[in-house]
Design a protein around this ligand. Structure first.
Ligand SMILES: Cc1cc2nc3c(=O)[nH]c(=O)nc-3n(C[C@H](O)[C@H](O)[C@H](O)COP(=O)(O)O)c2cc1C
Length: 184
């Protein structure tokens, strides 16, 4: 059993699995800013995700300016918590593949990057929530224009991030009835 350097009483497996199971959507934040070091850690975790043929189509827009966060809260009806969050990361995807073809996998790749970022936020004691943008046409068009995204880059989601203000708990989602062994 490998002991974890952060917590010698727990194995690295226990630490990793605990982090996965403790992740939860956090929608209330204190006014404390997120440090540049933590922002870097979140983005590094996001970029460690798997992607089809290792294409890494993810692009990130990091927003910390209050006026910009408030303006995005107006564009995204289910991301009003951006008004409170000191940070947002917009996970975007390059939709152009090799030789000008369409990249079929950008949503999967960027979803993997998003989950990595959410897990890193949990590990750092930060609170975050995935708020959907693509494929809603209005949200996608308005946010793309607001952020000045290139034509081929689409915003998958906006992630408000901050230091948690409440005591959110993870939900138990274990449902054995959703598993089929062998065949359905
Ligand atoms: C594709 C996607 C879109 C989501 N959009 C929103 C959203 O717009 N606003 C919001 O508050 N939460 C949003 N969520 C978060 C879900 O509501 C949340 O993950 C779900 O309720 C399960 O809770 P948990 O994250 O705490 O496990 C979204 C999650 C996903 C995966």
């Amino acid at each position: 059993m490998i002991s974890c350097s952060n917590n010698p009483t727990k194995s690295s497996e226990e630490v990793v699995l605990e982090n996965i199971h403790n992740r939860k959507s956090v929608r209330q934040y204190t006014s404390e800013p997120v440090s540049d070091e933590h922002i870097q850690t979140l983005l590094k975790a996001a970029m460690a995700a798997p992607s089809a043929v290792n294409y890494q189509p993810w692009r990130f827009v990091v927003v910390t300016e209050r006026a910009q966060l408030d303006a995005m809260a107006e564009i995204l009806p289910y991301a009003r918590m951006l008004r409170q969050a000191p940070l947002a990361v917009i996970v975007c995807g390059e939709t152009l593949w090799f030789e000008g073809k369409e990249n079929m996998y950008w949503q999967q790749d960027c979803s993997a990057a998003t989950q990595n970022l959410l897990l890193a936020a949990e590990a750092l004691g930060l609170g975050a929530v995935w708020t959907g943008v693509y494929p809603d046409p209005d949200r996608t068009a308005q946010l793309s224009a607001f952020l000045g995204l290139p034509e081929t880059v689409k915003p998958l989601c906006a992630i408000p991030i901050g230091h948690p203000a409440g005591e959110d708990k993870p939900k138990d989602k274990w449902k054995p009835e959703n598993i089929h062994y062998g065949k359905w």
